[in-house]
Every structure is written in structure tokens, then in C-alpha cells.
Design a protein around this ligand. Structure first.
Ligand SMILES: Nc1ncnc2c1ncn2[C@@H]1O[C@H](COP(=O)(O)OP(=O)(O)O)[C@@H](O)[C@H]1O
Ligand SMILES: [Mg+2]
Length: 337
């Protein structure tokens, strides 16, 4: 898959002047060498806590901010040298409220921004209807409601519609679901995945919500204090934190087999030493197995087979996966600033 977004060694320091008489200059190193690549047709997540440098990165990629050092390309166009080209091929949603007209309806707002993109007449009208439908805005009455009467969720949906108005191959979305109601968040998440996986668009999102990134992103870069501290697919990132994954199986043995016998059976059949079996008086057994990361699916299947072959009824089988939160905590504990 071709790379369509690339950031290379981006640096950005903000300077803030403070105080009227005793002028002090405060420097904030927002980015300290950020690099990553995004492949076509994927959802890429830039994940990090508040102040990590997500918005700064996104603004540089969207040609809205100039880095102190480093370069970035969108579909081969340099964001510093060919910003107009870049703006043609990206759809950007930064902050939901930015730039919309309060006294215009959702429809009229989109018409205005569509015209800025050189669209007009029936084509634009059709595009607006399609987008409002796609974003669930028609059923919310956004075509006739004034923007000032929109809920936060409607504003976010409209912002995404505006980013899509010229049908760009690339979308750059800064915290697209921040603060939204569950229905709007879900709608936007589903749409993002659909745009990438079904329409081949490339989507870069930022988020501080680990769960969200985990469910929608194909590839994740974790950013903290201006540096990328880890990158990979969600399973790859999880593999970084723990080399051993606990599996828990609950089943019903009744009087078929004793606790000790079962432990020996499972250990021998799996060839794994770290197996613990606990049986209660009613004959319900809990089996805990520690497996090497990456082997969990095989081991679960095999363990279930063994139990069934012995006539045990399976009640539950769980692979206790580490979460992205575990990854983040592990990587940032003791991190340099
Ligand atoms: N315009 C600005 N002036 C001064 N400092 C800024 C400005 N914008 C962002 N910062 C600082 O830069 C750092 C990174 O900010 P930002 O990129 O907005 O992070 P994020 O989007 O991950 O929350 C933070 O410490 C923030 O306070
Ligand atoms: Mg931000």
C-alpha cells in the first residue's frame, strides 16, 4: 500500500510572552521530532493525552501551521512548498465550531463551503443532500435548523460533512468525537471506518480515547510530550506490554474428573506448565493458563477441545488481553520529558 501521509522529524516550539513590565518568554516544546507514515485506505490514530502535541501535528499536516524543523507530505505534495495542492486533496475537521455561520442553516452552511471549493448548482445540491444523509443530519433536521440551534453532536457531524464536501481522498480529523453524545460518536466512528475500508479514503484521526482508537484504527502512533513513543497495529502494541497472556476457562465438570487430574490432563495435552485448576463443590472448574503472547488463540482452541473430549461443558472462555491503556501506562511510566 502506498504511503499517502508522511511526517518527517517535525519540531515545533511555541513561545508565549508573559507579563507587561517584566517580560518573560515562555517556551513550550510541543513537538520534538515527530515522524510517521500513513498508508492509503487505512484509519491511522494519533493517540495521546492532552498537551501531547496532537493538534500541533495535525495543523502542520493541514498547512495551517509551519513547523520549526522537519517536513511533511500529503500524496507526495510538500505541505510547506505546495500548500494549495495539499488543501485540494484533504478534508479537515479541527474544532467543531470553527468558521460556521450561526444564522445560517446546516444546509446553507454547507452550500457556502461547497462554493468555496468551486462546486455549484445541482451538483452541489446533490452532494449536500448525500452528505447530510450519510451523516444522519437530515433526520435531525439540520437542513432547516439554524446552526446556533445545533447540538454539539450535530455540529460535529456538520464539520465532518464540510470536510467531505469536495470528496477528498484524505481526511484529517482532530478529536472527531470529543465531548459528543453516544449516538453521534458511534455514527462518526462507523462512518470513518466505512470511508477508509469501503471507499479507500485515508483517515488520520487524533484521540485521547484509547478505547476509540482501539476499535477503529488500523494503525496507531502513541504520542506523549511531543514524541512518538510507540507505533504499530493495535495487536502489535499490545504485544509490547506483556509477553504472557492469561486465559481463563470456566466449565462444568461435575463428578467427571478431579481437580488434580484435570490439571495434569490439561498440562500434558497443551505442553504448558503454567496451568492452574480450581474446582468448587458444585463441580464448576476455573482453569487459568498463562501463554506466550501470540499463542493465545491456538491454546484456547486446543484447551476447549480437550475439555469437550472429556465430556466437560464449557461455560466461558476468556483471553485476558492487555488494553491500549496498559500499553500507554507501561510506556510512559518513567518517561523523559
Ligand atoms: N498557540 C499556542 N501557544 C503556546 N502554547 C501552545 C499553543 N498551542 C499549543 N500549545 C502547547 O503545546 C503543547 C501541545 O499542544 P497540542 O498540540 O494542542 O496538544 P494536544 O492536541 O495533544 O492536546 C501543549 O503544551 C500546549 O499547551
Ligand atoms: Mg488537541
Amino acid at each position: 500500500m502506498p504511503t499517502v501521509i508522511e511526517a518527517k522529524d517535525l519540531y515545533k516550539t511555541y513561545t508565549e510572552k508573559r507579563g507587561l513590565i517584566h517580560r518573560k518568554v515562555k517556551r513550550v516544546e510541543a513537538l520534538k521530532g515527530v515522524s510517521f507514515k500513513v498508508e492509503k485506505g487505512t484509519v491511522f490514530g494519533l493517540l495521546g493525552p492532552n498537551g501531547a502535541g496532537k493538534t500541533t501535528t495535525v495543523k502542520i499536516l493541514s498547512t495551517l501551521l509551519i513547523p520549526d524543523k522537519g517536513r511533511a507530505w500529503i500524496m507526495g505534495y510538500d505541505v510547506l512548498e505546495e500548500p494549495e495542492k495539499v488543501r485540494e486533496i484533504i478534508g479537515v475537521s479541527l474544532s467543531v465550531e470553527r468558521g460556521f455561520f450561526w444564522k445560517l442553516t446546516g444546509y446553507e452552511n454547507l452550500k457556502y463551503f461547497g462554493m468555496l471549493r468551486g462546486l455549484s448548482g445541482r451538483e452541489l445540491d446533490k452532494r449536500i443532500r448525500e452528505l447530510m444523509d450519510l451523516l444522519g443530519l437530515l433526520e435531525l433536521g439540520a437542513d432547516t435548523k439554524f446552526y446556533e440551534d445545533f447540538s454539539l453532536g450535530m455540529k460535529a457531524r456538520l464539520s465532518l460533512a464540510r470536510a467531505l464536501i469536495h470528496d477528498p481522498p484524505i481526511l484529517i480529523l482532530d478529536e472527531p468525537t470529543l465531548g459528543l453524545d453516544p449516538a453521534s460518536s458511534r455514527h462518526i466512528r462507523n462512518l470513518i471506518v466505512q470511508l477508509a475500508h469501503e471507499e479507500g479514503k485515508t483517515v488520520l484521526i487524533t484521540s485521547h480515547n484509547m478505547w476509540e482508537v482501539e476499535v477503529i484504527c488500523d494503525y496507531v502512533a502513541i504520542i506523549n510530550k511531543g514524541r512518538i513513543i510507540a507505533m504499530g497495529t493495535v495487536p502489535e502494541l499490545k504485544r509490547m506490554v506483556s509477553r504472557e497472556i492469561p486465559i481463563e476457562i470456566t466449565s462444568y465438570a461435575g463428578k467427571l474428573v478431579s481437580e488434580d487430574d484435570l490439571e495434569k490432563i490439561v498440562k500434558d495435552a497443551l505442553g504448558i506448565e503454567r496451568v492452574a485448576v480450581k474446582m468448587d463443590k458444585q463441580g464448576e472448574v476455573r482453569i487459568r493458563i498463562l501463554v506466550e503472547n501470540g499463542m493465545e488463540d491456538n491454546v484456547v482452541n486446543k484447551a476447549l477441545e480437550i475439555l469437550r473430549a472429556r465430556g466437560l461443558r464449557i461455560l466461558e472462555a476468556r483471553v485476558m488481553e492487555p488494553s491500549l491503556e496498559d500499553v500507554f501506562i507501561k510506556l510512559t511510566s518513567g518517561a523523559r520529558s
